[in-house]
Design a binder for this molecule. Sequence first.
Ligand code: PEP
Length: 266
Amino acid sequence: MARKFFIGGNWKCNGTLEEVKKIVSMLNEAEIPSENVVEVFVSPPFVFLPLVESLLRPDFQVAAQNCWVRKGGAFTGEISAEMLVNLGIPCVILGHSERRSLLNESDEFVGDKVAYALSVGLKVIACIGETLQQRESGSTMAVVAAQTKAIAEKVSNWANVVLAYEPVWAIGTGKVATPGQAQEVHLELRKWLHDSVGAEVAATTRIIYGGSVNGANCRELAAQPDIDGFLVGGASLKVACLLSLMKRHHSFSLAFLFQIFWPLAV
Ligand code: PEP
């Protein structure tokens, strides 16, 4: 079974109310292919989630950028997975490298978060990826396998998991993994899933790439057999990249691109 392309924009900690409304209205006007061809999500900051969910067209999904590791309670400043469900938010990004590095989220903690979010019915985009030092020391596969293992140990049903391979050295740096480098890791991850989880999970789980995707590289990246989509962060993406994707899928419109490229759209 073909894996449906999955592409999302992570707005990170950006935007004002006015900017969010503007970008949502651009999204709503865009002509895009059907959900049968590509799944699209946008991930605004927490405070804008209800607004975006209420205004955004139903064929786009809304994802939170994080949630708490277990049921809510006395955890000041946190947002529980149940709250996301209560708001009708279907999806959450977990384990982003900015949270792993800046907030010291461990592999185990991310695994727990993924399991808990899935248990309440959320779809999870689980981020993994190595640092430059880890790549240069030859431990890329060991690192991403350990990160994936920490998830696999807690998760039995992978139907609602999308893995996002995001090499830390490529995020927001303009240094992109070559299509060959990205494909190599995606393929190894698929083999790891095959050997450690099962053939069905390996064949069906989307593994998307994130890290300085741009107009010059996205087409070639998207053509790799084990790259099933993109997680797009900041200003590194340009309209040309989505245009390339548009060609790949035959019917992406120019307007569609602007919503993904948050910083360029406002
Ligand atoms: C990200 O933060 O997930 C990301 C991929 O960022 P960028 O596209 O800016 O490298």
